[in-house]
Design a protein around this ligand. Structure first.
Ligand code: ZN
Length: 48
C-alpha cells in the first residue's frame, strides 16, 4: 500500500508536497497575524 504524505497548512488547508514548502507558506500566515495584532494595537492606542 502506497500512501502519499502531504503537508497541509492548518490555517488555510492548502496542500504542499514538501515540508519546506509548507513551512515557507506558514510564515506568510504568521506575518499576517503579527501585522494584524500591531494594527489593532495602534487603533486602540489612537482611541484612548
Ligand atoms: Zn495557508
Amino acid at each position: 500500500m502506497f500512501k502519499i504524505i502531504v503537508h497541509q497548512c492548518y490555517y488555510c488547508e492548502q496542500i504542499f508536497d514538501s515540508k519546506e514548502a509548507l513551512f515557507e507558506h506558514v510564515e506568510v500566515h504568521s506575518d499576517v497575524e503579527r501585522n494584524r495584532e500591531i494594527t489593532n494595537r495602534k487603533k486602540k492606542a489612537k482611541k484612548s
